[in-house]
Design a protein around this ligand. Structure first.
Ligand code: FES
Length: 109
């Protein structure tokens, strides 16, 4: 028999699940989207996804190997726009470690 005001662990888990699901969807909807021009093609990038991942998801060919910032195969030159992560000369960055902060024009080195 189940009482009207009896809350089970399953009820609590479902409430927490629904709360985090709602939060995730809200955060996902609020992400900023940018347009990246690369080798004459353009693709969409979102602020919390690396340029390499965004490109690969949209079948844009971008050189890479390790995907973790070690091999330097994914070096990019930022022609216009802002990214979170650049080398000392402020224009060279790694596609696998870089997140867009604005619309970009980039080329591979
Ligand atoms: S893919 Fe190796 S450093 Fe980016």
């Amino acid at each position: 028999m189940r009482y009207q005001n009896h809350i089970t662990n399953k009820d609590i888990c479902m409430k927490q699940f629904n709360f985090f699901k709602h939060l995730h969807e809200k955060l996902k909807a609020n992400r900023r989207h940018f347009t990246v021009v690369f080798k004459g093609q353009s693709f969409k990038a979102i602020e919390n996804e690396t340029l390499l991942n965004s490109a690969l998801k949209q079948n844009i060919e971008m050189a890479y190997s390790c995907g973790s910032g070690v091999c330097k195969q994914c070096r990019l030159f930022v022609l216009t726009g802002a990214v979170n992560n650049t080398d000392s000369d402020k224009s060279v960055t790694l596609g696998c470690k870089t997140y867009p902060l604005s619309n970009l024009e980039i080329t591979q080195i």
